[in-house]
Design a protein around this ligand. Structure first.
Ligand SMILES: *Cc1c(COP(=O)(O)O)cnc(C)c1O
Length: 297
């Protein structure tokens, strides 16, 4: 399929009804980016959009990129390579495990060539000599940093809110690197406050740096804030309370969540609603950033 056509679709908006939300006299809407595509989903669809459109008009053969063993980004790149017919190389953080994670197994099945680098050789953003050599050894591959973080990715994320037909008071989004939040903030003409929920422990400083390094205007710094305290112990960590919350939410709304990103954000939204964080009468828009391939079975 032509990437221009593929990436011309948009996701539906859905209103959800939950007791905690109506008790707090709020309205909650969810932007279902998880429905954009089953494999290239959520914010990874947004981030890959212009990278893949560019790739198809360039003379490059494929994409080389990085991620962890459960990375939604690696998975989305592998699916995209299979779908659009280009080669993919994944540089995986960590030694090759005795048994592959579901994500990595899928990546391999989709034809992604995987290389493993132990944690000491692999540092986020600070690439080791070995990884730089591997990337340089594939000059005909488009290099995309971990998490899909580049300028074209931000451009794709700017479009999440562009065709919204109502004015939310708050827009909520989970944060890994903050690229998605930064992109939305840059596009913001809606006077909403954007609330980011970091899913990593102690990551606020680097998230803020990432968000604010590319901002269109200083003014926008006042239009967002990060709410810490909903990381459940750190990246990909979870407990029974979070898993129970997800099951309950899914039962009431028929909207699936996962425990790494969207479950933590939604737990945070409901908890903040109960605590009176949102002014009565507010409209809240939560971005479902996808990631369902990583949901615990
Ligand atoms: C990658 C990912 C994120 C994090 O996005 P950032 O732009 O790095 O903040 C959030 N949600 C899901 C489902 C993801 O896969």
């Amino acid at each position: 399929m032509d990437p221009l056509l593929f990436f011309s679709s948009n996701s539906p908006l859905q209103k959800v009804f939950l007791p905690e939300i109506s008790e707090a006299e709020l309205q909650l809407f969810i932007k279902r980016d998880d429905l954009l595509h089953p494999g290239i989903s959520g914010n990874k669809w947004r981030k890959l959009k212009y990278n893949i459109i560019n790739l198809k008009t360039s003379d490059k053969d494929g994409i080389i990129t990085l991620g962890g063993a459960f990375s939604n980004h690696l998975h989305a790149v592998a699916v995209a390579g299979d779908h659009f017919g280009f080669h993919t190389i994944g540089i995986v953080r960590g030694e090759k495990p005795a048994s592959l994670s579901g994500t990595l197994r899928l990546c391999e099945e989709l034809g992604m060539k995987l290389y493993y680098f132990s944690r000491t050789e692999y540092r986020k953003k600070l690439l080791s000599r070995e990884i730089i050599d591997l990337v340089n050894f594939h000059p005909n591959f488009l290099y995309i940093p971990e998490g899909g973080e580049n300028e074209l990715a931000k451009k794709g994320c700017e479009e999440i809110l562009t065709d919204l037909d109502f004015q939310p008071d708050f827009v909520c989004v989970p944060c890994g690197t903050g690229t998605t939040l930064g992109g939305m903030l840059n596009a913001e003409k809606l006077r909403s406050k954007i609330i980011g929920f970091p899913v990593l422990k102690g990551a606020e400083k680097s998230i803020i740096l990432n968000i604010e390094s590319g901002l269109r205007s200083e003014e926008l710094k006042k239009s967002y804030s990060l709410v810490s305290g909903y990381h459940f112990g750190g990246y990909a960590k979870y407990n029974a309370e979070l898993l129970n919350f997800i099951l309950q939410f899914e039962k009431l709304t028929q909207i699936p969540l996962e425990q790494v990103y969207t479950g933590k954000m939604m737990y945070g939204i409901i908890d903040l609603a109960k605590k009176g964080f949102f002014k009565k009468g507010s409209k809240i828009l939560a971005i479902h950033t996808g990631g369902m391939q990583g949901r615990l079975p």
